[in-house]
Design a protein around this ligand. Structure first.
Ligand code: IPE
Ligand code: IPE
Ligand code: MG
Length: 253
């Protein structure tokens, strides 16, 4: 079986599966345009892909799945598209929360909360609280998320603690910074998948992806399914991860 490189501090992984898969769900608009449909229809079909992928990730035993649903830069889209995306998040949580709860899925949300409407903020808290005791798949919804915003918010929090005398500047280490990010307590993503053929991060998990493997797939997000997920994982399994070290003894260099 293919060896997967692991950082010294990381525990070995069952069957080499990535522990944390993060997905930049891109291409809803182009999917719709290629069918002569409004962009909103692409977003609606994209929600179905989320359901399929959550089910599939659960079935194959992925521990953490992060999906990028709305970026801190997506506010610059036309108001009707922004409100469509907000409406879909509400619909998804209202409609799917019971099924997620029954499926033992634990929901977490990363991203800024301050500029969200009260009803959305309340739904996000409800989803997190209602599923907090679940022990199956950890589904992380990145909503109103941007890494630069996340790092700026973490930096403000740390600076506030230093100014208040609760933290010494010399205590600011890589591990300390990680505990102030929205992803505190979560493992870094092992595999980041982006659909639609674009090959960029678009402000997604910049800190956390330091040693992630990237798989870019041509499919638009509404066409992405369990089989496409498996192909991305197969590609990941063929990669050699080094974490700055050297290949293990006996391996080709
Ligand atoms: C991804 O699809 C969903 C969001 C970014 C909210 P897009 O809406 O970006 O679709 P394209 O990239 O325009 O095709
Ligand atoms: C990234 O996609 C954000 C989400 C998938 C939610 P975008 O479509 O917003 O990214 P750019 O603008 O093409 O870089
Ligand atoms: Mg896009």
């Amino acid at each position: 079986m293919m060896r997967l490189g692991t950082a010294p501090a990381e525990k070995p992984r069952k069957a080499g599966l990535p522990r944390h898969v993060a997905i930049i769900m891109d291409g809803n608009g182009r999917w719709a345009r290629s069918r002569g449909l409004p962009r909103a229809e692409g977003h609606r079909r994209g929600v179905q892909s989320i359901r399929d992928v959550v089910r599939h990730a659960t079935a194959i035993g992925i521990e953490w799945l992060t999906v990028f649903g709305f970026s801190s830069e997506n506010w610059s889209r036309p108001a009707d598209e922004v409100s469509e995306l907000m409406g879909l998040l509400k619909l998804f949580i209202r409609h799917d929360l019971n099924e997620l709860t029954r499926g033992n899925v634990r929901v977490r949300v990363i991203g800024g909360r301050d500029n969200l409407s009260g009803d959305i903020a309340a739904l996000l808290i409800e989803a997190e609280q209602k599923t907090a005791g679940n022990t199956g798949l950890n589904l992380v919804i990145a909503f109103n998320y941007g890494s630069r915003d996340e790092i700026a918010r973490a930096t403000r929090a740390i600076a506030g603690e230093v100014a208040a005398g609760r933290l010494g500047a010399e205590e600011i280490t890589v591990d300390l910074v990680a505990t102030r990010l929205d992803t505190a307590g979560m493992p870094d993503p092992d595999l980041i998948i982006r659909t639609s053929g674009e090959q960029r991060l678009s402000n997604f998990l910049l800190w956390q992806s330091a040693y992630a493997e990237f798989v870019f797939v041509p499919d638009y997000w509404p066409d992405f399914d369990g089989a496409a997920f498996d192909r991305a994982i197969a590609e990941y399994l063929g990669r050699e991860r080094r974490f700055g070290g050297l290949p293990q003894k006996g391996e080709a260099v």
